[in-house]
Design a protein around this ligand. Structure first.
Ligand code: SAM
Length: 263
């Protein structure tokens, strides 16, 4: 057997189907839209992402799963046309609100899911999918990105199979089925003769910056579900053992930035 015998498209679909963290319905993102939309645009993740982009000769951008405009709006004044696509009407409301606030008149919202028909979605010079690629069918998603990008695609995906520190999850004895990470994308592109550039963006853990143990435990239980007494006391010991590590919430979260020219 060689790597050429592996069907990465099927492997990905199976991995995602087994994962506890399945793709969410749009209503879940609608519920979070206002709080995400209220956050100031920019920040280390977005600034790093756009600093690695090459917009030379590009006039249009399609941002898939754009959310409140994290990437699209930071680039809009350097482009003629920006399309923010999302399946959450709440997110698109935030995108429009933020664009208006910034005085941008070249940003068009498009209500559309990864899984929908994209035949009328405009082809753009650049296509971005930032932290939005948790899809059931990755091969289909990549085909859509390739079909809609004239020059370049930029996509970020999780590194490792979980959003939380693996050591912390193991300490609690939780058996979590990992989510498929960026490596499937690299392999699927490879099967199509595309050899992407790869870099990483590190951001603080979702558990970073809590004020005390109660807040920390609450954030852990948002991700892992309710903690029993034994788990809470193990978590407390972990939290108290190393205050610096506790303040950082364990290991940072890493995103892989995958960029390629469509074939
Ligand atoms: C983690 S947020 C990322 C937002 C923004 N791109 C960023 O990097 O900050 C994920 C976004 O993808 C959108 N999304 C998730 N699944 C989607 C799907 N199946 N089709 C279209 N958009 C989707 C969500 O509504 C949300 O706005």
């Amino acid at each position: 057997m060689t790597i050429d015998d592996i069907d990465f498209a099927t492997l990905y679909r199976q991995h995602m189907a087994q994962s506890e963290r399945r793709p969410k319905p749009a209503s879940d993102w609608d519920a979070r839209a206002e709080s995400l939309g209220r956050k100031p645009l920019g920040g280390a993740y977005a600034e790093t992402f756009i600093s690695r982009m090459d917009l030379t000769g590009s006039r249009s951008l399609l941002d898939v799963g754009c959310g409140p405009g994290t990437i699209a709006l930071l680039l809009a004044d350097r482009l003629e046309q920006v399309i923010g696509m999302d399946y959450s009407p709440g997110m698109l409301e935030q995108l429009e609100h933020n664009a208006k606030r910034l005085g941008l008149d070249n940003v068009t919202p498009l209500l559309r899911a990864w899984e929908d028909d994209w035949r009328d979605v405009p082809v753009c010079d650049i296509v971005v999918a930032s932290r939005s690629g948790m899809v059931a069918d990755l091969a289909d998603a990549l085909a859509k990105l390739n079909a809609h990008a004239r020059r370049r695609v930029y996509m970020t995906q999780l590194v490792g199979g979980d959003f939380l520190d693996a050591g912390l999850i193991a300490l609690l004895g939780r058996q979590r089925t990992s989510v498929p990470d960026y490596i499937y994308t690299v392999n699927l592109l490879h099967t199509q003769g595309i050899h992407p550039r790869l870099s990483y963006i590190e951001v603080p853990s979702r558990l970073a910056g809590t004020q005390d143990f109660d807040e920390f435990a609450q954030r852990v239980s948002w991700s892992l579900g309710e903690l029993n007494d034994d788990e809470t006391s193990r978590l407390r010991a972990w939290y108290n053992f190393d205050p610096q590590r506790a303040a950082e919430g364990g290991a940072p979260l890493r995103w892989a930035l995958i960029e390629w020219e469509p074939c």
